[in-house]
Design a binder for this molecule. Structure first.
Ligand code: 5GP
Length: 117
């Protein structure tokens, strides 16, 4: 069996990171190097290396990632339209992917520029 990814080790509680959200399909924890006052990583428990490698059987897991984002935003008090949050998924080198385990970045707590860098 291949070595666990960093995020699998966090989900399996082998590397400490308090979970800010968990359900059957996903877990979420704060990014170690936050790019905004709120920077949460939402990660599927199933290893999907990156979003473009998801398969039709992953549909429920992909949906769970976005539903979790809404629940976390509600919990953190950033769901109102006069606050807000941004979701980012990096796929591959040009996007800046560094951990080969699909994750959604939830960024909030400051005004976020558009277009992103
Ligand atoms: P990517 O660049 O692949 O889209 O995002 C990977 C993210 O994982 C980065 O924002 C990085 O700061 C975060 N990260 C890397 N190592 C750790 C770690 O050990 N713990 C946590 N909580 N986040 C990490």
């Amino acid at each position: 069996m291949s070595e666990k990814t960093l995020f699998q080790k966090i989900i399996d509680r082998e590397i400490p990171a308090p979970l800010v959200y968990e359900d059957d399909l996903v877990a979420a924890f704060n990014d170690i190097n936050p790019q905004a006052p709120i920077h949460v990583l939402i990660v599927p428990k199933k290893l999907i290396p990156r979003v473009g490698e998801a398969v039709p059987e992953d549909q429920a897991t992909l949906g769970a990632l976005l539903l979790a984002a809404g629940r976390i935003a509600e919990k953190l008090g950033i769901k109102a339209r006069d606050k807000g949050f941004r979701l980012v998924i990096n796929h591959g080198r040009d996007a800046g992917e560094t951990v080969p385990h699909l994750h959604v970045h939830l960024l909030a707590g400051r005004s976020l520029e558009w277009p992103p860098g």
